[in-house]
Design a protein around this ligand. Structure first.
Ligand code: FAD
Ligand code: NAP
Length: 275
């Protein structure tokens, strides 16, 4: 086993829908990361209580049962939290999440403690513009929750727009937490950013939420109107995370609006694809 891989224990689990859940694990003392980064998590089905307590192991072949499967996972919690939190999809035939969905408190997972990823605010050169736009679909919300629990983010910007798109209301996870972020973090610094949360639900009408996909909302100016601020090459950083089709289409929409990809610290747009 690589030196970077450590065993962590599941401390809590929250089920949002049959296909979405969050969980926390113990944090190894030496593990450090920057808000927005991801790690590789590993599961070995035979280590899960579910397989030990039931005859569910019949569902999994002997070889698969003893194989570690690793996947990239963004960290939800802040770099200052004592535990590490993750937000996961369940893909019924997915090699990783078809096992991970059975997690119970007390189960052990493998954590590669080498953090990866450049979807962090440190990638932008100073001076920073005044507005930060965080655009997510599904579990792509995770890195933005970590950033929004880091006081530095609140200090560095004037406005932070979080637009979060899911198919249905029940899949719009973490809404209560998002709604308390301004109070919980924004009050801890001088001149905090103003957080503007824009929920988007695309497959059912929901009062208070927008209903179109992000690229359309941007090109029509609906998102900017709801936020009450303009998207401008000189005043805006934009981060995109989640569904690769959303990332691609939204990137193109933003370029049409005059924004440019962030390279070597300069430019507006930074992205992370989940598959
Ligand atoms: C940088 C990075 C960070 C990631 N962070 C997260 C995270 O925080 N939470 C998380 O749930 N996943 C995250 N993923 C995806 C994750 O690595 C796995 O793909 C996911 O756990 C499914 O694994 P699987 O083996 O069950 O299915 P896979 O074989 O990996 O995927 C099968 C298919 O499922 C779909 N899919 C995969 N992941 C997702 C997803 N998150 N949401 C919707 N559809 C998906 C895609 O169509 C994919 O082709 C991240 C991926 C990357 C590259
Ligand atoms: N959600 C479920 O009920 C469900 C159930 C079983 C399996 N799955 C599997 O899970 C995966 C998807 O899960 P998910 O619902 O979290 O992710 P998703 O399909 O990425 O949908 C999340 C949000 O992203 C939006 N979106 C998708 N493509 C976009 C684009 N090109 N531009 C802008 N927005 C875009 C969706 O809008 P639209 O609604 O317009 O697409 C939705 O609002 C798939 O593999 C699916 O088969 C999902």
């Amino acid at each position: 086993m690589s030196d970077n891989i450590q065993t962590v224990t599941v401390l809590s689990k929250t089920t949002w829908t049959p296909n979405l859940f969050s969980f926390t694990v113990s944090r190894p003392d030496s593990f450090k990361f920057t808000a927005g980064q991801f790690v590789r998590l590993g599961v070995n089905p035979s280590q899960l209580k579910y397989y030990q307590q039931t005859d569910a192991s019949d569902e999994v072949s002997d070889t698969a049962l003893n194989e570690d499967v690793f996947r990239a996972y963004s960290i939800v919690s802040s770099p200052f939290d004592e535990v590490i939190e993750f937000f996961s999809i369940v893909i019924p035939d997915g090699a990783f999440t078809s096992q991970l969905q059975h997690l119970q408190v007390g189960d052990e997972l493998l954590l590669n403690t080498m953090p990866f990823g450049f979807l962090t605010l440190a990638r932008y050169q100073k001076p920073l513009p005044k507005d930060l736009w965080l655009l997510a679909t599904g579990t792509g919300l995770a890195p933005f929750l970590s950033m929004l629990q880091d006081l530095k983010t609140w200090e560095d910007y004037e406005h932070i727009v979080l637009a979060y798109s899911a198919r249905s209301t029940e899949e719009l996870a973490y809404v209560e937490k998002i709604e308390s972020l301004q109070e919980d973090f924004g009050t801890l610094v001088d001149n905090p950013a103003n957080l503007i949360f824009i929920p988007i639900v695309t497959r059912e009408p929901v009062e208070g939420a927008l209903s179109e996909r992000l690229p359309k909302l941007l090109l029509e100016g609906t998102l900017q109107a709801r936020a009450g601020i303009a998207l401008d090459i000189d005043t805006t950083h934009v981060m995109l995370c989640g569904n690769p089709d959303m990332v691609e289409d939204t990137k193109e929409a933003l370029k049409t609006l005059g924004l440019v990809m962030n390279r070597r610290g300069e430019g507006n747009i930074a992205v992370e694809n989940y598959w």
